[in-house]
Design a protein around this ligand. Structure first.
Ligand SMILES: Cc1ncc(COP(=O)(O)O)c(C=O)c1O
Length: 362
């Protein structure tokens, strides 16, 4: 057995070096990026407008904010744009400078990295495997430590692919408001949910000003290199604080131009949703019948599996897949995920079939 090394979703170069597989031949089941790639029509428009590189973007991104507001059903005055959702996550955490933050885990590790940089106290409330990672809202609310001033939630959550419905989220946000707690909700994966309206917290931003929802185009629109993200809050005091600390033109002119096109590309949006929804259901049903794995109901474009076969580790499953040039995520580095877990995202049907064969042979 090989020595255990750790690979993250975007570590293709590391994989290439370690396993000697050219990175172009690897199917990326670990990055959670839409397998359709960048929209063809956006590609054409971009190619025809490369000259925009020679001008600064509109400093207040007025037209882009208008498009975001139509896409999300919110006021353009409540929108902030940034260099990927990563910049906005970082800005928000820095500007809240929380003394005590609570993160709903197990989850994306960037929140912890940013929180540690601000020097406040950080604790986790962990979703329970025995509840299939479905949040018990009451228990969560009752467990929020005294003095907490920031709550961070990823919805749908990476890596569990579980989701909190808007009605439950409202209870949580309402409670937090009563205690003066700000809530950050990362909705990077929300457009993959079977019913977006049931999950998104954007409508809540109209009624609660202790909330900011962050989204981006990296995953759903297969555009991680564009670095376009946006945030929505009705807290204008906080919004102007963010803008004061954000570098001007933080989103470049190509990102702003392509961002507008992406959010209006309804054909691409429909095609993506139809592919992900049908493949996710098909794969989920197959896993339900397998004894080797436990599967959790997925709301994102990825599925979390617990390995039930004794003495088989997540690293062994990772290696079985990478030997077939299929890269999945060994979840052993996720905080609080006790047991052997792997995560993979939905790719094209023929590639999903190849991966399914690996899983069936474990
Ligand atoms: C939950 C979550 N939020 C944010 C990001 C980063 O998004 P962006 O590329 O928009 O900065 C990722 C990337 O993996 C993610 O999984």
């Amino acid at each position: 057995m090989s020595k255990k090394v750790e690979f993250h979703g975007s570590d293709l170069e590391k994989i290439e070096k370690y396993y000697g597989i050219p990175k172009e031949e690897i199917i990326q089941f670990a990055a959670n990026v839409n397998p359709l790639g960048l929209s063809d029509s956006v590609k054409k428009e971009l190619a025809a407008h490369l000259d925009i590189i020679s001008s600064y973007p509109d400093r207040s991104y007025t037209s882009l904010k208008q498009v975001i507001s139509l896409y999300c059903g919110c006021s353009p005055q409540n929108v902030v744009v940034g260099n990927g959702s990563t910049e906005l996550i970082s800005l928000l955490i820095n500007q809240r400078s929380a003394k005590k933050a609570l993160v709903l885990g197990p989850t994306y590790s960037e929140y912890e990295r940013e929180l540690k940089l601000t020097g406040g106290l950080l604790s986790y409330y962990n979703l329970k495997e025995t509840d299939n990672f479905i949040l018990d809202t009451e228990d969560f609310i009752n467990s929020i430590p005294n003095g907490t001033d920031l709550v961070i939630i990823c919805n749908p959550n990476n890596p569990t692919s579980s989701a909190i419905f808007q009605s439950e989220m409202e209870k949580l946000v309402r409670f937090c408001r009563s205690r003066g707690i700000f809530v950050m909700i990362d909705e990077t994966y929300v457009e993959f949910a079977p019913d977006i309206e049931q999950i998104t917290a954007i409508p809540l931003t109209k009624h609660y000003d202790n909330l900011m929802v962050i989204r981006g185009v990296s995953k759903f629109f297969a555009a991680p290199g564009l670095r376009f993200g946006y945030g929505i809050t009705s807290n204008h005091e906080f919004l102007s604080m963010l803008l004061t600390h954000q570098n001007p033109w933080s989103l470049n002119s190509i990102g702003a131009f392509a961002g507008e096109l992406l959010l209006q590309d309804s054909e691409y949006i429909d095609k993506t949703r139809s592919l992900i929804l049908s493949e996710r259901t098909r794969l989920y049903r197959q896993f339900v019948t397998l004894d080797t794995f436990k599967v959790y109901k997925p709301y994102g474009n990825f599925i979390l599996l617990r390995i039930l076969k004794e003495d088989v580790t997540s690293f062994q499953v990772f290696e079985a897949a990478i030997r077939k040039k299929l890269m999945i995520r060994d979840c052993s580095s996720f905080q609080s995920l006790k047991g052997e877990f792997v995560r993979f995202c939905i790719m094209k049907p023929e590639d999903n079939e190849r991966l399914m064969n690996v899983f069936k042979n474990i």
